[in-house]
Design a protein around this ligand. Structure first.
Ligand code: OGA
Ligand code: NI
Length: 378
């Protein structure tokens, strides 16, 4: 063994031990701050080329409601409806991200969801510890820091509560007390919004309004509450590394802190890493990998990331992953027949969700270009 190899092995060993020690606290990143951390442990240091580069920096795209912005804000109740369908199509085919207002999720439920998320995370560590696990089969409500802690190259400055809400919701008593009063109402409202958005997306593909819902795209809902504590060295780490969502659709609620960025590659309105700025009252919708697959590449599941929180207060986001149920679901999902014809051959082979999700976990830290695995030779 060369000296470099010996150092690497020793480093690897220490890293493994540090990860285990961090995980054993069951107190997450918030626990490090509570213990007085003024710098970030080495396990959170990302390789320099994964960190935001000075040349990445693009001014926040101006927010407009006319669909002209890179990540547009769309009023779902604007008339005429064909115009809403056109804006949704255009956003789904380019940025893969859009924000919606007049979306039917009550503002009070959104505010209560953020407040409850803060209350859960800011309780003493002892109250959160019983929920701490990364075993997805252990229970319907799980608290953890970095699901891929032991697989990824570097940990992110974020703690998460993950709740399986549909098709089989938890019992009220399975939810931590701070979340009990709001979670069911919020999840129901998000599911209704998802049905509405699937309708607009179906119509924008020239299909009947109920096409995507009938395929079962909205049967399952998983809610991830992300808590991004203030970071003492935000230039060394990330809140979430670049990735696409392995879902059909994601509905994201964020508070006013900001930090979400989407990687745009189209000419015009913006390219490179572009901020998705907080818009009061709005929800963010993004296309997931499975919707890119069934739309035969018309809709785009676009990479996004979250910067480490430079603010002095924690950032909270609530990501609702709209999906088909895994386990019970043996259906195969492939490009929708009506979208595949002579000039438009299928780009992907069909997959079961189990196969898709299995691939997702096998890939571990390689969270990019996942869909390419299912691409057909052209
Ligand atoms: C996610 C995600 C973005 C955010 O949870 O998949 O991309 O702003 N979250 O928290
Ligand atoms: Ni995401």
């Amino acid at each position: 063994m060369s000296l470099t190899e010996a150092v690497a092995v020793a480093d690897g060993y220490n890293r493994r031990r540090e990860l285990q020690a961090f995980d054993d606290t069951k107190a997450g990143v918030k626990g490090l701050l509570d213990a007085g951390a003024t710098s970030i442990p080495a396990i959170f240091h990302h390789p320099p080329d994964s960190l935001p580069q000075p040349r990445d920096h693009h001014a926040a795209t101006p927010v407009t409601t006319d669909g002209g912005a890179a990540v547009p804000v769309i009023d779902l109740l604007a008339a005429p409806r064909e115009e809403v369908v056109r804006l949704v199509r255009s956003a789904a085919e380019t940025a893969g991200f859009f924000q919606v207002v007049n979306h039917g999720v009550p503002g009070e439920a959104m505010a209560a969801m953020i407040a409850a998320s803060r209350r859960f995370n800011e309780q003493p560590a002892e109250a959160k510890r019983p929920y701490y696990t990364r075993d997805t089969a252990a229970r319907k409500v799980r608290f953890y820091s970095n699901l891929d802690l032991f697989q990824s190259l570097a940990a992110c400055w974020r703690d998460t509560v993950f709740c399986d809400m549909a098709p089989e919701p938890p019992l009220p008593e399975e939810l931590p007390e701070p979340l009990r009063g709001v979670m069911f109402e919020y999840a129901d409202a998000v599911r209704k919004l998802a049905v509405w958005v699937f309708e607009l997306l179906s119509e924008s593909l020239g299909l009947g309004g109920d096409h995507l819902s009938k395929m079962g795209c909205g049967e399952s809902l998983k809610v991830a509450i992300n808590y991004y504590p203030p970071c003492p060295e935000p230039h060394l780490t990330l809140g979430n590394t670049r990735h696409t969502d392995p879902t059909f659709l994601t509905v994201l609620l964020q508070d006013g802190v900001g930090g979400l960025q989407v990687l745009l590659d189209h000419a015009g309105a913006g390219s490179g890493w572009v901020d998705v700025p907080p818009v009061p009252g709005a929800l963010i919708i993004n296309i997931g990998d499975l919707l890119q697959l069934v739309s035969n590449g018309r809709f785009r599941s676009v990479e996004h990331r979250v910067l480490a929180n430079k603010n002095t207060t924690a950032r909270i986001s609530v990501a609702s992953f709209v999906d088909v149920g895994v386990g019970r679901d043996t259906r195969r999902y492939g490009p929708i027949q009506e979208l595949v014809h002579g000039g438009n051959p299928p780009l992907y082979r069909s997959v079961t969700v189990e196969e898709f999700v299995g691939h997702f976990y096998r890939k571990g830290s390689e969270r990019r270009a996942r869909l390419d695995y299912f691409k057909l030779e052209q």
